[in-house]
Design a protein around this ligand. Structure first.
Ligand code: HEC
Ligand code: HEC
Ligand code: HEC
Ligand code: HEC
Length: 127
């Protein structure tokens, strides 16, 4: 009776470090964030924190520029109105203040936060 349980526990103890080190990152980040040992470099986004927390926009800004810079990349044509989806990076409700990670996830599929309430389609967004 005890033996299978013991094996299971032992299995878990070995699984734990493996699963935490093997966090997947997005393909678009692999070029800049995979180090020589072919592991994702966690510190690029999480710093030296032992306990990882959700990175804030300042981390993304190191490479992508300010939220205002990002908003310029997805600026909509003047007077396009309702014929195009609104700029996700500079919205009516939140301006440029929405944390990047509300939409761009790193270790799981990205989602458009706006679509909790709207039905916008952003085919160019990399999930
Ligand atoms: C070390 C630099 C670096 C950091 C830090 C970084 N990125 Fe990137 N990111 C890149 C590079 C390089 C690319 C690929 C080239 C490009 O598309 O700009 C990229 C691509 C992306 C893309 C895909 C762009 C596209 O073409 O659709 C998104 C989305 C993105 N990053 C979001 C983020 C978010 C959110 C953060 C913060 C959690 C972040 N990045 C942190 C360097 C970085
Ligand atoms: C409300 C959801 C949302 C938030 C918050 C958000 N993004 Fe995006 N992002 C998108 C969508 C949707 C696209 C695709 C835009 C399009 O289709 O025009 C995109 C595209 C991008 C791109 C590619 C732009 C291009 O066309 O070259 C980058 C880079 C990017 N986001 C980075 C960021 C960073 C950095 C932040 C935080 C400052 C951020 N995003 C916050 C939804 C979001
Ligand atoms: C490109 C930036 C980036 C890199 C590199 C990265 N992470 Fe993350 N990490 C994030 C983002 C963004 C989140 C927020 C949740 C999500 O997007 O999946 C996160 C969330 C986490 C969380 C959950 C934190 C919480 O409080 O919910 C853990 C644990 C974590 N990362 C571990 C790692 C490990 C381990 C590595 C190295 C193998 C790593 N990350 C590399 C961006 C990154
Ligand atoms: C919590 C729900 C919620 C979220 C999340 C949300 N919205 Fe809205 N939004 C609303 C409501 C409610 C209205 C007002 C109803 C109306 O006039 O259609 C509205 C109206 C709008 C309008 C003006 C109406 C129109 O169709 O022109 C735009 C543009 C808009 N939202 C964009 C966004 C964008 C972009 C995001 C994500 C960055 C977002 N919203 C996130 C609830 C939300």
């Amino acid at each position: 009776m005890l033996k299978p349980l013991y094996t299971l526990l032992l299995g878990c103890m070995f699984m734990l470090p493996i699963t935490t080190n093997a966090m997947n990152i997005k393909d678009y980040h692999k070029d800049v964030m995979i180090s020589e040992n072919s592991q994702a470099d966690c510190t690029t986004c999480h710093g030296d924190l032992k306990r990882k927390s959700i990175p804030d926009a300042a981390v993304c800004a190191n490479c992508h520029g300010s939220p205002q810079d990002v908003a310029k990349l997805t600026k909509r044509p003047e007077g396009a109105g309702h014929s195009v989806e609104p700029n996700p990076h500079d919205s009516l409700h939140y301006g440029t203040d929405l944390p990047c990670t509300y939409c761009h996830q790193e270790h799981k599929e990205s989602k458009v936060y706006c679509n909790q309430c709207h039905e916008f389609t952003y085919p160019k967004m990399k999930r």
